[in-house]
Design a protein around this ligand. Sequence first.
Ligand SMILES: Cc1cc2nc3c(=O)[nH]c(=O)nc-3n(C[C@H](O)[C@H](O)[C@H](O)COP(=O)(O)O)c2cc1C
Length: 312
Amino acid sequence: MLAMSEKIDISIEFSKLKLASPVFVASGTCGYADELADFMDINQLGGVITKSITLKPRKGNDTPRVVETDSGMLNAIGWANVGLDKFIEEKIPIIEKLKVPVFVNIAGETISEYAAVVERLSAEKSIAGFELNISCPNVEKGGISFGTEPGQVKEVTSAVKKACGEKVLIVKLAPAVTDISVIAQAAVEAGADALSLINTFTAMVIDIEKRRPVLANKTGGLSGPAIKPIAVYLVNKVYNEVTKERGIPILGLGGIRTASDAIEFIIAGATAVAVGTANFVEPNCTIKIIEGIKKYCAGHNITNMKELVELP
Ligand SMILES: Cc1cc2nc3c(=O)[nH]c(=O)nc-3n(C[C@H](O)[C@H](O)[C@H](O)COP(=O)(O)O)c2cc1C
């Protein structure tokens, strides 16, 4: 006989998509989509988000580009990726074989670069949607500079929305802004189908013997458990102030390691959650999180994920 929790259906509606579960793997922590397939059944995931793809290949920043911190890590990868042509040639055939919905994370130095990448990928049947990275703190041009000013957010979001056809467009927000709701509102008004929050916080670690920053880039993005309470707060703020009334889903992320972390985000207003840094510590943690959510639902008489969102 199946345990009670195994019978629980935790599928969700995410914009126009029906997803098997509310748990995604986050951009930059699962390669081009199938890297975690050896460790688990990735079809149980709600979605997989690729690392950022740019029009031209990028080698990324000099090393060292990651360093561990108390309760987290800093990364300054700098969008290292194979570029659009190679992504289409080498990675799309792999993605075509996957059943799990794959979202391609898009980055660029100019608005036309973002739009060009999306336009070329918009006809790819194997892609469920796009995540627009306008919140990366680790590049000189582009990235976070598009995500901190509402006018720019509108411009880049509407250009990409025009290019993405019928595919779902998620806009990924930066946490270190004066009022994240103003940015969220701009993205939604320009056509975002969903929002993901949060990306990392710019931070620095210093080697006191060398008396210089550990990372070659000097600064990097802080992720992991250290940022979780801030992420939960920002998800709840954007949910109450922007998305709840409009029925726009939030993909919540930042420091999620366990089912209870994920449930916190869902109670705060997230429709789905993504796991990033924790994949490096425990590559199959998302499957444990899915099992834990089912157990929690079974123990609390919850039959639909929507019943979990309770906060005012
Ligand atoms: C090594 C590493 C690489 C990342 N690369 C990307 C990326 O290419 N594009 C992006 O939008 N976010 C990237 N991120 C940010 C994560 O997707 C996520 O927003 C952030 O790490 C917070 O979640 P976490 O605390 O669960 O890791 C990266 C994070 C890490 C740790």
